[in-house]
Design a protein around this ligand. Structure first.
Ligand code: UGA
Length: 429
């Protein structure tokens, strides 16, 4: 099939590359000229394992193309995926102006049937608005359908997740739209759930909200473990064996970040408030998430006493491993708080230092974990990159001023760390 991707950000690029990989001819559009110029050369503007290699191989095979003109996509492609940004406005509401602009741009160019698919995360009823907007622009209703096909990929494993989905949600309003999308996804041989448009939109917000609720639940529980002397690993193991609860997404830490959970929860809360049925549980989930970062900073303060002029080695800045993304990363707030207290920070991240540098200039960015640990009063782990799990801890102990580790991601075994002579503080154990 000929597929147009409007908006070549995280979701758009991964979607486009994966559809190309499945044998479709894909045209990715973006109004950022610099980004398109890079992509045409086979350079990915974001770090995501495997993405750049797939862009290059599909460029070579002629399966993927890049353009800054939406015209090309509407003219050539039967299926158009809207993958533009839906950033949060001041009060957390999703800004849908980019989505509306794309709908208008498509409407003015409609000459033959096009299936317009929302892929960006949008509030319930957005599809209906897109449909009305296109109708108001005098497009014939036989010339288009609007569908919702939310994406569930995770950063860091995006390509694997796209190609191996747990389920594919097709929110459609006509049999024709369903037929086209079923054919497109056929090669993945995945479980397909067909719904109406609004239910598909809600599935996305509900799924992210539920996952974030699990994380805040386990983080609040970890604080109770800390205060009472219980062990969160044992508690979650005991809980997770009940299949109704499940063991996944119960890792305690320093709170969830990234451009999905915080933004989507705020947007969902705002929609529910607008409908007059405020989903207050989500407000609490967000509050616990904020508290969790302060709880971690307090833990550091409690043990180091005065922070002024102390040197902290920080390992990890991205909001999770295998990405250079720092949007809403807990590291931003935690490091911001620590700097306010007058600490000196020497930080290492395998991929995210470049982005972090733009916001925090008063940090020494170093080239490896050992440089971060050198002469440090304590080591602070903020992201669970694999390379941190296999560090030579004997060497780390030797080069630190004091052998103290604050592990915000529970990557080490507390017993082994103590045996190796570290004062080791983790979350909930
Ligand atoms: C999330 C969802 O998992 C995807 O299904 C969804 O498609 C995506 O948002 C989106 O809406 O686009 P992502 O934000 O990439 O994906 O990353 P996750 O792996 O879900 O992690 C989110 C945050 O939760 C990270 O900060 C992570 O450290 C934290 N987390 C996750 C925990 O603290 N504990 C856990 O047990 C799991």
């Amino acid at each position: 099939m000929k597929i147009g991707i409007i908006g070549s950000g995280y979701v758009g690029l991964v979607t486009g590359v994966c559809f190309a990989h499945l044998g479709n001819e894909v045209l990715c559009v973006d109004n950022d000229l610099k980004k398109i110029a890079l992509l045409k050369k086979g350079i990915s503007p974001i770090y995501e394992p495997g993405l750049e290699e797939m862009i290059r191989s599909n460029l070579q095979k002629g399966q993927i193309h890049f353009s800054s003109h939406i015209d090309d996509a509407v003219k050539k492609c039967e299926v158009l995926f809207i993958c533009v940004n839906t950033p949060p406005k001041d009060r957390g509401e999703a800004d849908l102006s980019f989505v509306e602009n794309v709908a208008r741009e498509i409407a003015t160019r409609l000459r033959q049937y096009r299936l317009i698919v929302e892929k960006s995360t949008v509030p319930v009823q957005t599809g209906e608005r897109i449909y009305q907007t296109i109708c108001e622009m005098k497009a014939k209703t036989t010339l288009f359908d609007v569908a919702s096909n939310p994406e569930f990929l995770r950063e860091g494993s995006a390509i694997h997740d796209f190609l191996n989905p747990d389920r594919i949600i097709l929110g459609v309003s006509t049999p024709k739209a369903e037929k086209i999308l079923r054919k497109l996804y056929e090669p993945l041989m995945a479980k397909i759930v067909v719904t109406d448009l609004k239910s598909a939109e809600l599935i996305k917000h509900a799924s992210n909200s539920f996952l974030a609720t699990k994380i805040s639940f386990v983080n609040a529980l970890a604080r109770i473990c800390d205060a009472s002397g219980a062990n969160i690993d044992m508690v979650t193991e005991g809980m997770g064996l009940d299949p109704r609860i499940g063991a996944s997404f119960l890792r305690p830490g320093i709170g969830f970040g990234g451009f999905c959970f915080p933004k989507d929860l705020m947007a969902f809360l705002r929609i529910s408030e607008k409908m007059g049925i405020p989903f207050n549980l989500l407000r609490e989930v967000l509050d616990i998430n904020e508290d969790q970062k302060r709880f971690f900073v307090k833990k550091i303060e409690n043990h180091l006493w005065n922070l002024r002029d102390k040197t902290l080695g920080v390992l990890g800045l991205s909001f999770k491993p295998n990405t250079d993304d720092i949007r809403f990363a807990p590291s931003l707030d935690i490091i911001g708080e620590l700097l306010k207290e007058g600490v000196k920070i020497q930080a290492y991240d395998p991929k995210a230092s470049g982005h972090f540098k733009k916001q925090f200039k008063d940090i020494r960015y170093v080239k490896n974990p050992y440089e971060a640990a050198k002469h440090a009063d304590a080591l602070v782990i903020l992201t669970e990159w694999d390379e941190f799990k296999t560090l030579d801890m004997k060497r780390i102990k030797k080069i630190m001023k004091h052998a103290i580790v604050f592990d915000g991601r529970n990557i080490f075994d507390p017993v082994l760390m103590k045996r190796s002579g570290f004062q080791y503080f983790s979350i909930g154990r």
